[in-house]
Design a protein around this ligand. Structure first.
Ligand code: HEM
Ligand code: HEM
Length: 135
């Protein structure tokens, strides 16, 4: 699961930096919030979660990790795509509703992650103590 999170994370840093370069080149900063959240809620958060799962295999093996993966993996793109339209002036009410749904789904993913950390991240559960090898 950790590897899947890291792969999802790099998609967001490519996207986030692409938007950053676009904004710098065009001097159009409408997408600042999309850029910030792609880089931070995408790349940084997903990579930290990915490394957490790599270090604590019991958390990675839990069904909570799968739920986290799918909630974060569906909620965040919905949040960023709808936010991109809103930031460019398409301020219809239904778009805001979709954005809030994406935020809530992604937020639920983080809640599931938090529960998983409290239940399964313990000193005795580290990858080293369970004899895992790192490549
Ligand atoms: C080539 C890489 C990058 C470029 C060209 C770039 C460019 C930009 C630009 C043009 C802005 C808007 C500034 C403004 O509105 O005044 C911005 C804001 C921001 N960037 Fe980047 N960025 C890059 C990488 C990153 C990375 C890797 C992160 C985080 C991991 C990041 C986080 C942020 C944040 C949080 C903001 C919002 C700052 C605020 O609200 O004041 N950026 N970036
Ligand atoms: C469902 C989750 C989240 C929601 C609903 C949310 C919402 C927001 C909102 C409404 C703003 C103000 C945007 C603006 O003024 O244009 C904001 C800004 C910001 N958020 Fe979040 N956020 C979320 C998650 C996160 C996470 C996980 C991080 C960092 C790891 C983060 C970092 C930031 C930063 C750095 C800014 C300032 C940059 C900007 O102007 O966009 N956010 N967020």
């Amino acid at each position: 699961m950790g590897v899947r999170f890291l792969k999802m994370a790099v998609i967001y840093i490519v996207l986030g930096i692409g938007i950053g370069i676009y904004m710098g080149a065009t001097l159009n900063f409408a997408l600042t919030s999309v850029h910030a959240h792609a880089n931070l809620f995408g790349w940084a958060t997903l990579a930290l979660c990915g490394f957490t799962y790599l270090r604590f295999p019991k958390a990675a093996e839990s069904r909570l990790a799968k739920w986290h993966f799918w909630l974060h993996g569906t909620g965040l793109p919905i949040m960023l795509i709808s936010l991109s339209f809103i930031a460019n002036g398409y301020d219809q009410e239904w778009l805001s509703i979709i954005k809030r749904m994406g935020e809530t789904v992604a937020g639920c993913g983080i809640l599931v992650f938090a529960v998983n950390v409290f239940l399964n991240v313990k000193d005795i559960n580290t990858a080293e103590k369970r004899g895992a090898t790192f490549e």
